[in-house]
Design a protein around this ligand. Structure first.
Ligand code: F6R
Length: 249
């Protein structure tokens, strides 16, 4: 694991964007795994800037998103489909046919999960971007999810629904189900970049880095990935006892 500490959210966002930019420059037709939520918004802003400055192009990049809510329409303002268009896709030159986000049609969501899963095995991600939940979930693999899981329909943890209710009018409106890549799909990426900011993530970050590998702490499985980079701000790193700004082991 390589853990890098930065002053704050903006610094994490810049460093994480530079990491992704380097990968796109190295391999312009890369397959990129994407996350939603507050953590990657700054990273996406910096990627848009790099695109506008003609440093990178997304013309040949293919993307796969980690997850999507089930129970709201894909055009709902809080769907991850809407999120991705608002914060990234509408501002870059990615081709619509290269965008993959799990479909969430309630009528055949199990079948759609299987199709998404199959497609991912033919499209190994070169890089997967991850955030981390306060309960150490990755994607929507909540505590207790099987470490060998593949794309599935998950019942969201109450903690996750409460955390995400900030984007909805009330907790009642937050979907109870989601479709998510499984941990096995996430681990199948060649490289992983996880970003986290804020005091509320400190405990999860600590357990991910130093805790035992257990399905109670889904992010702990990342200790077993051969190429994982973690970028955190000072608050999220506050429990890590880092003497310098990096921790490599
Ligand atoms: C989002 C996702 C989640 C988030 C996590 C952190 O696609 O899969 O695992 O990364 O819930 O969310 P934020 O960044 O909003 O704190």
């Amino acid at each position: 694991m390589r853990v890098y500490k930065y002053k704050d959210y903006d610094e994490v966002s810049k460093a994480a964007a530079n990491f992704v930019i380097r990968e796109i420059i190295k391999k312009p037709n890369m397959i990129l795994g994407l996350a939603t939520g507050t953590s990657p918004i700054g990273l996406y802003k910096n990627l848009i800037k790099a695109y506008e400055n003609e440093i990178i192009s997304f013309k040949e990049v293919k993307t796969f998103n980690l997850d999507e809510y089930v129970g709201i329409d894909k055009n709902h303002p809080q769907s991850y489909y809407s999120f991705m268009h608002q914060y990234l896709f509408d501002h870059i030159d990615i081709l619509p046919e290269n965008i993959n986000i799990p479909s969430n049609d309630e009528n055949n969501v199990e079948e759609l999960a299987e199709q998404y899963n199959k497609k991912m095995f033919g499209n190994q991600r070169d890089l997967q971007i991850l955030g981390i939940g306060k309960n150490a979930h990755i994607g929507f693999n909540e505590p207790g999810s099987q470490l060998g899981s593949q794309t599935f329909i998950v019942k969201l943890d109450e903690q996750t629904r409460i955390d995400n209710s900030r984007f909805f009018n009330s907790l009642d409106e937050v979907p109870k189900l989601a479709i998510t890549m499984g941990i096995r799909n996430i681990m199948y990426s060649k490289k992983i970049l996880l970003i986290a900011s804020g005091e509320s993530k400190a405990e999860a970050v600590f357990k991910m880095v130093y805790g035992e590998v257990t399905d109670d702490v889904p992010a702990s499985i990342l200790q077993l990935h051969p190429d994982i980079t973690i970028m955190v701000d000072e608050a999220a790193a506050s429990k890590l006892k880092m003497d310098s700004n990096q921790l490599i082991f």
